[in-house]
Design a binder for this molecule. Structure first.
Ligand code: OAD
Length: 253
């Protein structure tokens, strides 16, 4: 599939050595993971404060776990799509390439991206709230539906960032460093309304990167991006990748 890319984007693609792909739920939509906002968004049907916050967990851990077990099951059954795979191909053409994701579905790593910063955690991991030990196996569920730590008996929680919680320091700092170094920054499949993650595209722009947004619908970032490519990531990213590969081949001749 060929997509028309502007001359300025092609020029940046042919010379850039450092890039960041910042992703949100939209990149996984074509794998069958529901997004959060929009007509069919999860947060239209469910209340985040009742399912994705420490308060909710303290009030009703069994309900929160039921929801996460349900999401874990969905996410274990899906596979990366063309969009995830295009980012793996893209990585080979830059000296520095980072995927900074808000997604917890692990699809970038499963696709083969090697440098992934997970700002909101990873649903495949869990840890004990009492001793901090990682606990991958939540099959250890009590009859009340709450997994407990085999080492200390404390409550286990999913290793995801809930509303009102800080982002993991190391992931955030690495994401900011990569963003500030990027010459080209792709914002892909995110509504750009959840902070601090949503500040990254603007940070990139301020640091001099060429900011490209990929989304079927405009977002608050659209008027501030250098380029808005309208459409699904699973179609646009492979097309950009092809152009990138052609630019690099021409330069190598
Ligand atoms: P949203 O659900 O807010 O936004 C998804 C975006 O993807 C929308 O702008 C859609 O238009 C776009 N989209 C849909 N299909 C697409 C496709 N095929 N290709 C490209 N884009 C597509 O999801 P996020 O921006 O990721 O936080 O939400 C940010 C955070 O809000 C999440 O990480 C989560 C949520 O509450 C936490 O859980 C902490």
């Amino acid at each position: 599939m060929s997509v028309h890319l502007s001359d300025s984007l092609l020029a940046v693609l042919s010379r850039a050595t450092r890039a960041v792909a910042f992703t949100g739920a939209g990149i996984s939509a074509e794998s069958g993971v529901p997004t959060f906002r929009g007509a069919d968004g999860l947060w239209n049907k469910l209340k985040p404060e009742e399912l994705a916050s420490m308060d909710a967990f303290m009030k009703n851990p069994a309900l929160v776990w039921e929801w996460y077990v349900h999401r874990k099951t969905i996410m274990a059954a899906i596979v990366p799509n063309e969009g995830h795979r295009a980012l793996v191909r893209m990585e080979r053409h830059f000296a520095e390439f980072a995927v900074v994701t808000q997604n917890i579905d692990n699809l970038h790593r499963r696709a083969g991206s090697t440098r992934v910063m997970e700002l909101h955690g990873n649903i495949e991991r869990n840890y004990c709230m009492q001793c901090g030990k990682a606990c991958p196996d939540v099959a250890v569920v009590t009859d009340r539906g709450i997994p407990t730590c085999p080492a200390c008996g404390g409550r286990i929680r999913p290793d995801v960032v809930w509303f009102g919680e800080m982002l993991p320091d190391d992931e955030w700092e690495a994401a900011v460093r990569a963003t500030e170094r990027a010459e080209i920054f792709f914002s892909i499949g995110t509504s750009g309304v959840v902070y601090p993650a949503a500040s990254l595209p603007l940070m990139a722009r301020q640091a001099g990167a060429y900011v490209v947004e990929i989304n079927p619908d405009p977002t608050p970032l659209t008027p501030r991006a250098d380029e808005f490519l309208r459409g699904p990531a699973g179609m646009l990213l492979p097309a950009i990748c092809e152009e990138l590969e052609q630019c690099r081949q021409k330069r190598g001749r």
